[in-house]
Design a protein around this ligand. Structure first.
Ligand code: GLU
Length: 502
C-alpha cells in the first residue's frame, strides 16, 4: 500500500447530495490536502433500483461550487479507474468466489418468500430472525446442502446470493479515529449478502474491494456507516488485506429536537438542506449563499478548531483541520448561524463584485440605465450592505435608489406631515437647487445651517424630507441618499411628494 494519503468520497447517485454528504466530502478533502494526499470521487451505483438520473452530475457540480477539487473521479482520469462501480462490475464476483473457495463465504439459495416466512415466524414468537451461525445449517445454502445439490442448483441457474460466513464466538477489536476502540461480539452479527442475485455486488463487497484496489488509506464517512464497520473489518481480514483507518463523522442534527437533519426540517423551517436546487427543493447556491460561507459553516459542524476563530478560508481549513478535533456527538444545525455567516461574508466582499451580481438581479427591473451602472451600484451597496444577508436583499433594502417613491408610509405621513410641512419642504428644495458642490457633507451643512438659523426642530425637517426621498422613514444616512440619486431626482421627489401628500 502506498504511503501517500488517499481518501475517497463515495456517494450513491440516488438523489441530490444532502449537506451532510457535502460535509463528508469536505472533511475528506481537507484531510487529503492537509497531508498532501489525494481526494478520490467514487460513484457507488451498484444498486440499480435506486439509481437517479442526474444525481452524479449534481454531486460533481456541488463539489465544484464549493471549491472541493477532485483529484481522481469519473470526470478526472487517474490510475485507479474507472471510478463508477457500474463500470467495474466485472471485478467483484471473483472476490466473492475467492471467499467461497476459502470457506469464508457461501452460496445461499433461500427464496425471498422463505426468508420472509422465517422472519414472520420469529416475529410471532417475539424474536428476530438473523441469518447467521445459529440457523444457517437449517437454511438452503452451500453449508447445509451437499456439494452435488449445490452443483446441480448452480448448473440449473437457480437464483442465489453469496453470503459472508461470520465466525461466531469472537470479539472483534475495531478502531475508529474519532471514537477510539470498539468491541463487537460476532455472535450478534448476521451473514451479510456480498453478492446479489442480479449479478451485482452489494455495497459492502464493492466498497471494500474498491477501497483496497484504489489504495485508500483513510475512510472518512458518516456515522450511519458505523454498524458496517465490523463486517468491513472482517472482510479485510478474510482477504488478508490491510484495512484503511476509519473515521465516522458525527451526524448533523435537526435545529430542535432529536434526530438527524432531514429534507422535511428544511421545508418546515424554510432553509435549504441541499447545496444546489433539486426539483422543487431550493439549494444554498440558489438561495444566495456564497460557497465560502457554506464551506465555513459546514466545517464547524462537527469539527472545532480549538480556538475562538470563526472565519476560515479553505486554505486555513486545510492547514488547521485534523480528525483529532472532530467531535463524537451529533452537531446541531443552526439555520440562523448559516445566515449570519453569509452576512459576514457579504460584509467582507468587495462592493464592485457584489455590484456585478446585483446588476444581474436588476436586469428586469425598471430604470435599466442605472441598473447597469456599476459605479452607482457599488455606491448603493456600500450604503445598504450592513443590513443585508444576501445580494437578493439589496433590492428590498435599496429599491428607492432606483425608483421614485409612488406611495408613502401612511403611519409616518400621519405623524410627520403637518400643516406647514409642504412650505418647509419647498424651502429645502430651494436650498438643494442652489447647492453647487453636490456632495453629502455639503448638502447636510447647508440644510442644517438653514434649520439652525431658523430655529426649527431638526425632526420637523428631516423626517418629512426622508419620507419624500425614500417613501418611508428607513434607510441609511439621508444626505448620502440625496447625493447618490442626484440633484434633479431629489428635487423631482420633493415636488412629487408635496403634491401627492397635499
Ligand atoms: N455509498 C455509500 C454512501 O452512499 C458510501 C459509504 C462509505 O463511505 O463507505 O454513503
Amino acid at each position: 500500500m502506498s504511503s501517500k494519503v488517499r481518501v475517497r468520497f463515495a456517494p450513491s447517485p440516488t438523489g441530490p447530495l444532502h449537506i451532510g454528504g457535502l460535509r463528508t466530502a469536505l472533511f475528506n478533502y481537507l484531510f487529503a490536502k492537509k497531508h498532501n494526499g489525494e481526494f478520490v470521487l467514487r460513484i457507488e451505483d451498484t444498486d440499480q433500483n435506486r439509481f437517479v438520473e442526474g444525481a452524479e452530475a449534481y454531486i460533481i457540480d456541488a463539489l465544484n461550487w464549493c471549491g472541493i477539487t477532485v483529484d481522481e473521479g469519473p470526470t478526472v482520469p487517474g490510475s485507479f479507474g474507472p471510478y463508477r462501480q457500474s463500470e467495474r462490475k466485472h471485478l467483484y464476483k471473483n472476490y466473492a468466489l475467492q471467499l467461497i473457495d476459502e470457506g469464508k463465504a457461501y452460496y445461499a439459495f433461500d427464496t425471498p418468500e422463505t426468508l420472509d416466512h422465517h422472519r414472520k415466524d420469529h416475529e410471532a414468537k417475539g424474536k428476530t430472525f438473523i441469518y447467521n451461525w445459529h440457523n444457517r445449517e437449517k437454511l438452503a445454502n452451500s453449508i447445509s446442502l451437499s456439494a452435488d445439490d449445490v452443483q446441480a442448483r448452480l448448473e440449473g441457474n437457480e437464483p442465489y446470493v453469496i453470503r459472508f460466513k461470520t465466525e461466531p464466538d469472537k470479539i472483534l477489536q475495531l478502531s475508529d479515529q474519532i471514537r477510539g476502540e470498539i468491541k463487537i461480539d460476532t455472535n450478534i452479527l448476521d451473514d451479510k449478502i456480498l453478492f446479489k442475485s442480479d449479478g451485482m455486488p452489494t455495497y459492502h463487497l464493492a466498497n471494500i474491494v474498491d477501497d483496497h484496489l484504489m489504495e485508500i488509506t483513510h475512510v472518512i464517512r458518516g456515522e450511519e456507516w458505523l454498524p458496517s464497520l465490523a463486517l468491513h473489518q472482517m472482510l479485510y481480514d478474510a482477504f488478508g488485506w490491510t484495512a484503511p483507518k476509519f473515521a465516522h463523522l458525527p451526524l448533523i442534527m435537526k435545529p430542535v429536537g432529536k434526530g438527524k437533519l432531514s429534507k422535511r426540517d428544511g421545508e418546515k423551517g424554510g432553509f435549504p438542506v441541499f447545496p444546489l436546487s433539486w426539483n422543487e427543493s431550493i439549494g444554498y447556491r440558489e438561495a444566495g449563499y456564497f460557497p465560502e460561507a457554506v464551506v465555513n459553516f459546514l466545517a464547524l459542524l462537527g469539527w472545532n478548531p480549538g480556538t475562538e476563530q470563526e472565519f476560515f478560508s479553505m486554505e486555513e481549513l486545510i492547514s488547521e483541520f485534523g480528525l483529532d478535533r472532530v467531535n463524537k456527538s451529533g452537531a446541531r444545525f443552526d439555520p440562523d448561524k448559516t445566515k449570519w455567516y453569509n452576512h459576514q461574508y457579504l460584509l467582507q466582499r468587495d462592493n464592485q463584485k457584489l455590484a456585478k451580481s446585483f446588476s444581474k438581479l436588476l436586469e428586469n427591473k425598471s430604470n435599466a440605465e442605472k441598473n447597469q451602472d456599476l459605479a452607482f451600484l457599488t455606491q448603493v451597496i456600500s450604503l445598504i450592505k450592513e443590513r443585508a444577508d444576501f445580494v437578493s436583499d439589496f433590492w428590498e433594502l435599496g429599491h428607492y435608489f432606483f425608483e421614485t417613491p409612488t406611495h408613502y408610509n401612511e403611519k409616518a405621513v400621519k405623524k410627520q406631515w403637518k400643516e406647514n410641512t409642504a412650505d418647509l419642504m419647498q424651502k429645502v428644495a430651494e436650498i438643494i437647487t442652489s447647492i453647487q458642490d453636490f456632495n453629502s457633507g455639503n448638502i447636510e451643512d447647508q440644510i442644517k445651517n438653514w434649520i439652525t438659523h431658523n430655529e426649527l426642530p431638526f425632526g420637523k425637517i428631516m423626517a418629512p424630507l426622508r419620507l419624500l426621498i425614500v417613501g418611508d422613514l428607513k434607510g441609511p444616512h439621508l444626505f448620502d441618499i440625496i447625493e447618490l440619486i442626484g440633484k434633479d431626482e431629489s428635487l423631482n421627489r420633493i415636488e412629487r411628494g408635496i403634491s401627492a401628500l397635499a
